[in-house]
Design a protein around this ligand. Structure first.
Ligand code: COA
Length: 323
């Protein structure tokens, strides 16, 4: 039997607390104007004390299950893409499994920083298409605010917290029709670790550390690598890039998104952008943006959607899906 991984539902969650650019300008030497011009960000949500990555993930997961018309009992695979797990172990996926009351399927985390959701989506697709699992929750969830150096204006203005989730289902080709994940492309070049990393961790320092980034160097790598991944998935699926209905990018910087739109001859009305109100929520940004596009009626069943991301590692990738 041949299976496809079809999207059944999606869900999003943002913590209530909001931090505006003006709030940040009281902490570090920056301004609303500088942040908006260089990044497109106006404000971001941040988790409150005691609000954990698994809490955000569980909220998004429940919303996705509701949207799919399913319950936690229907899920036999949970993959959480996160760089900010609750604990060193067990995985945040294991904690989410318990919080939502899912049965004893498989559950694990994926760490590919901002590319995490694309890695998780591609991994889930392979598990479902192999016929070993029937329904997966694929979640991107982050409390990046916990690993920010709030005195470093080059990084603390960029990131936010949040979570988004997809429910993917293995369907036989006859049932799925042309819906499902069509192609994915994952890459990493570990020689570029120094461009974007956290200066702490279990083995190195026995501490959590803070985000360190050479922002302009990351910026220079972004448009080329992201475009390469987008072209690769479209070629594999034999679809011209410009034929997609929606471009749902990782929300790192509005100027990076615009650079990709220009390079690949896309139109601005094909782009789902949430960066102004959310900032860069790392692995959560793609499902959060996708959910925003569904919620306001732009993305509809049967549309062709292209996802992309780049992050620490450097990692980068893309996925093409008929939803
Ligand atoms: N407010 C005011 N000034 C700031 C600032 C801030 N928040 N952050 C940096 N600056 C200053 C720098 O200190 C520097 O000052 P100097 O010239 O006196 O040394 C100046 O702005 C230019 O710094 P630079 O880093 O070259 O700016 P930039 O135009 O590249 O913009 C980023 C900085 C971070 C917005 C941009 O590089 C970027 O978005 N990079 C990609 C980051 C990213 O997406 N990372 C996540 C990938 S998943």
């Amino acid at each position: 039997m041949s299976f496809k991984a079809v999207l059944r539902g999606c869900g999003a969650f943002l913590p209530e607390k909001v931090l505006t650019n003006d709030d940040l300008s009281k902490r570090v030497d920056t301004s609303d104007e500088w942040i908006r011009e260089r990044t497109g960000i106006r404000e971001r949500h941040v988790a409150s004390e005691g609000e954990l990555t698994s809490d955000l993930a569980a909220h998004a997961a429940r919303a996705a299950l509701k949207d799919a018309g399913l319950t936690a009992d229907d899920i036999d695979l949970i993959i959480v893409a996160t760089t900010t797990p609750d604990l060193t172990f067990p995985s945040t996926a294991a904690i989410v499994q318990a919080k939502i009351g899912a049965g004893a399927g498989a559950a694990f985390d994926i760490q590919a920083v901002c590319t995490g959701f694309v890695y998780a989506l591609s991994t889930a697709e392979k598990f479902l298409c192999a016929g070993q699992h029937k329904r997966a929750l694929v979640i991107g969830a982050e409390t990046f605010s916990r690993i920010l150096d709030w005195e470093d204006r080059g990084t603390c203005v960029l990131f936010g917290d949040g979570a988004g989730a997809f429910v993917l289902e293995a369907q036989e080709e006859s049932e799925a029709g042309d819906r499902g994940v069509m192609a994915s492309f994952l890459r990493c070049d570990g020689r570029l670790v120094d461009l974007l990393y956290v200066d702490g961790g279990v083995s190195a320092t026995q501490s959590t550390g803070y985000v360190r980034m050479q922002g302009n160097k990351v910026f220079r790598e972004a448009v080329t690598r992201i475009s390469q991944a987008m072209v690769a998935v479209c070629e594999e699926a034999n679809v011209p890039v410009t034929d997609i209905d929606w471009f749902v990018p990782h929300q790192a910087n509005e100027r990076i998104i615009q650079g990709v739109v220009k390079k690949l001859d896309l139109r601005n009305d094909q782009v789902i952008s949430t960066i102004a109100g959310q900032g860069n929520t790392s692995a959560a940004s793609i499902p959060l943006a996708y959910c925003a596009g569904v919620a306001d009626g732009r993305i509809k069943k049967g549309d062709l959607v292209l996802f992309e991301a780049m992050g620490g590692g450097l990692t980068w990738g893309a996925a093409l899906m008929r939803v």
